[in-house]
Structures are given as structure tokens and as C-alpha cells.
Design a protein around this ligand. Structure first.
Ligand code: SF4
Length: 392
């Protein structure tokens, strides 16, 4: 199982309470056991843009990233990954979406796979999920890789979603199902994550999972936390509560950032860990319980248009006038998570290559050019405010 790193005297998390969880070796780092909290990030570059991806890996490594995730969606991504592997010794994690079988070609070049149980249904529908997980476990065993079961509220397993109205219960059921599967297969080199864009949900569900599975390492994250500073605040709210209770063996702060500033995810994670270890807690901002809440995804190689980050910034700026109103507006970079993640928001925008989809709740209002969507969004905001005023 590789080398176990003990938390050095100088590391701030020596002061944190820690759960007794199993140690999971991932390349040169360890998640869980007595190891320091591992800090991760994900490349936002196109994987096929080898030069840009290597530059981002270098940026993240220099910032101190223990693990770096890369999206792999196609054969071309695998070819690029092989070249990337030749140029870096970083601990790489592949992010699998629907095409889980790409893991077979990627495994020789990485230290960990992340699969989302909600995405294991799309390809080869006739193959039972248990067989797909066994396929991944066999590959992980053969190539000395760890696995993360990454449950996300925006893309829950449709089978468990049907059984529960409450997404938290559905997420827990999905994670539990996969824990049982992996244990039955005799595979223990795995971690679990349960992510939502709502920090309160992240706290509640991770606490519950930690109670049910006390020795399974947890990867913490708030998805689509958005732009700074709000993205760091939302993440801090969740991490403060969990790390202070000893929950969380590895973390990622998901922020919407330009490629050249992606290292801020690592700096922000370290700052939060150090603050919690030193007892520096910040109060919960009002906007989480009332007022405007703009969430946006951190962007990754799947982003459909480079204008996404600017769009997220412009949405936030344009909505400042409505900050007293309890509205959640979600801005997402692509079709993979955009449609599902925006369902829970009052208004949602998700990017296509040449237009932006605008939704109100689960209803699509239309497709708009990048420079036309904000006036249309504001029109809808006005309509919601007027309807709520009339209802009162
Ligand atoms: S919504 Fe799409 S672009 Fe944004 S982080 Fe998720 S997968 Fe990447």
C-alpha cells in the first residue's frame, strides 16, 4: 500500500482532532491514517492541450498540490495523458464521466481514478453497475491505483434518486451502495466524497457518512463554490465544521478562476486548514441563509467557451443591486453538469459553445448569445421579485 507519511510536528493539522481512518496510498502521498490532510485540485485546461495542461500541473505542484485531477473523456485525452505522464511526476487522478472503460487505457499513467456513481448508468446500460465497479477495481489493482467514489448532488444515480425525495438520503444511499460493493470485492484502497454546492448539505451528509463508515477516508469539497471571495467563504463554512470534528482526510476547494490563478485553490485550502487548526473561525455570512447567492462552477477542461469565467463575473456584478433578495443563481461551464446542477437554483445559466442556456428552476427559458443573456437574466430576476412582492 505504499509509503505512509506521518503528520510532521511543523504541520498545522497536528493541532486538529483526527478520525481513525484507514490509510490509502496514492502514488507518493497518503490519504488518511496519520498522514497530513492531502490538498488537491483539478486542471481546467483542455487535456489535449498538453502544453497548457503541463503548465497548470506545474503551477499546482509549486503551490503544494498533493494530487492533481485531469478530465479524460476520449481517446484523444488518453493520448495526451500519455504524453503528460512523460513530463511530470505529479500524482495524477483521472476524472471519469460516462465512459468508464477509458480507465483501462489511462490506468498505466495515473495513481487514482475518480468515478461518479451517477454516471455509471449511461454507457452499456445492460451491464450491471456491480460489474462496472469490478472492472474498475480490477484495473486499479493491476495498476497500483486508488479509487475515489465521487457522489455529487447534481448527478445522482437515477436508481437511488427514484427511491428518495431527499437528495441527501439518495446521496448517502448511493455512497453506501458503492462502499458495500468495494468491500465485497475486497478492495479497501478507496476514498469517498459527497459534494453539493450547498455547504450546509455538505456538512450534514459528511457527518452522517462519517458516523456510518468511521474508517473510510473522506474527500471534502463544495462543488461550484464559485468566484472569490464567496467561493472560499462557502467552502470555509463547510470545512470549518467538518475539520473541527476531525472529518476530512483530503480536500479540494473548487473555485472559478482563470487558468493562471488556479493555484489559489491550493492556497485557499491550506489557509482554511491552518485557520481551523489555529482555532480561527469566521462567522457564517448572511447570504447563505438570506440574500443573493451566486454560485458558479470552478471550470475544467470541459468548459464549452472561454468566456465562461467572464460571464460568471458579469452575472455577479449585474445582480449586486438585488443582493437583499433571497435568490440563488447558478452559472455552469458545460453540458456535463450544467443541466442538473442548475435545477436547484432559482435561475440557472449553463454554457454551450456559442450560446448560454437560461433556466428558471428546472424549466429552460431559452438559449441566448453570450452578450444577450444578462439583460434577459435581469428581466427574469425582476419578474421573480415582482411575483414575490405580489404574493406577500
Ligand atoms: S460544470 Fe462542466 S466546466 Fe464546470 S467544472 Fe463541472 S464539468 Fe467542468
Amino acid at each position: 500500500m505504499g509509503n505512509l507519511t506521518l503528520v510532521p510536528e511543523s504541520r498545522p493539522e497536528r493541532a486538529l482532532p483526527r478520525r481513525r481512518v484507514r490509510a490509502v496510498a496514492v502514488g507518493s502521498t497518503t490519504i488518511g491514517g496519520d498522514a497530513p490532510i492531502a490538498i488537491q485540485s483539478m486542471c481546467a485546461t483542455k487535456t489535449t492541450n498538453i502544453e497548457a495542461t503541463l503548465a497548470q500541473i506545474g503551477l499546482l505542484e509549486r503551490a503544494g498540490a498533493d494530487l492533481i485531477r485531469i478530465a479524460v473523456d476520449s481517446r484523444k485525452d488518453i493520448e495526451a495523458l500519455e504524453e503528460i505522464r512523460k513530463e511530470t511526476a505529479a500524482n495524477l487522478v483521472i476524472d471519469l464521466q460516462e465512459n468508464y472503460r477509458l480507465a483501462a487505457s489511462a490506468a498505466p499513467f495515473v495513481q487514482k481514478f475518480r468515478y461518479n456513481p451517477g454516471h455509471l448508468h449511461h454507457h452499456q446500460r445492460e451491464t450491471p453497475v456491480a460489474d462496472k465497479v469490478k472492472y474498475l477495481v480490477d484495473l486499479a489493482g493491476a495498476h497500483d491505483c486508488a479509487i475515489r467514489v465521487g457522489v455529487n448532488f447534481g448527478s445522482l444515480d437515477p436508481a437511488v434518486r427514484e427511491q428518495s425525495e431527499d437528495p441527501r438520503e439518495a446521496a448517502l444511499a448511493s455512497a453506501g451502495f458503492h462502499v458495500e460493493l468495494l468491500e465485497k470485492l475486497g478492495f479497501q484502497r478507496y476514498v469517498v466524497s459527497l459534494k453539493s454546492s450547498d455547504p450546509r448539505a455538505v456538512v450534514a451528509i459528511n457527518r452522517e457518512f462519517a458516523l456510518r463508515y468511521p474508517d473510510v477516508p473522506l474527500h471534502l469539497g463544495v462543488t461550484e463554490a464559485g468566484l472569490l471571495p464567496d467561493g472560499a467563504i462557502k467552502t470555509r463554512i463547510a470545512f470549518e465544521q467538518l475539520l473541527a470534528q476531525g472529518i476530512g482526510e483530503t480536500v479540494r476547494v473548487s473555485l472559478t478562476l482563470p487558468d493562471s490563478e488556479k493555484d489559489k485553490e491550493i492556497f485557499t485550502a491550506r489557509e482554511i486548514i491552518e485557520d481551523v487548526a489555529a482555532g480561527r473561525f469566521r462567522s457564517v455570512p448572511d447570504f447563505l441563509s438570506s440574500g443573493l447567492n451566486v454560485i458558479s462552477c470552478p471550470s475544467c477542461s470541459r468548459v464549452e467557451n472561454g468566456a465562461f469565467v467572464r460571464l460568471a463575473q458579469e452575472v455577479k456584478a449585474a445582480l449586486q443591486y438585488a443582493r437583499e433578495h433571497s435568490l440563488t443563481v447558478a452559472v455552469m461551464g458545460c453540458r456535463v453538469n450544467g443541466p442538473g446542477e442548475t435545477d436547484e437554483a432559482d435561475l440557472g445559466l449553463w454554457c454551450a459553445p456559442t450560446f448560454v442556456n437560461l433556466k428558471r428552476g428546472e424549466t429552460l427559458l431559452g438559449k441566448f448569445a453570450y452578450d444577450e443573456v444578462i439583460p434577459r437574466l435581469l428581466q427574469e430576476v425582476e419578474a421573480i421579485i415582482a411575483e414575490r412582492g405580489a404574493a406577500q
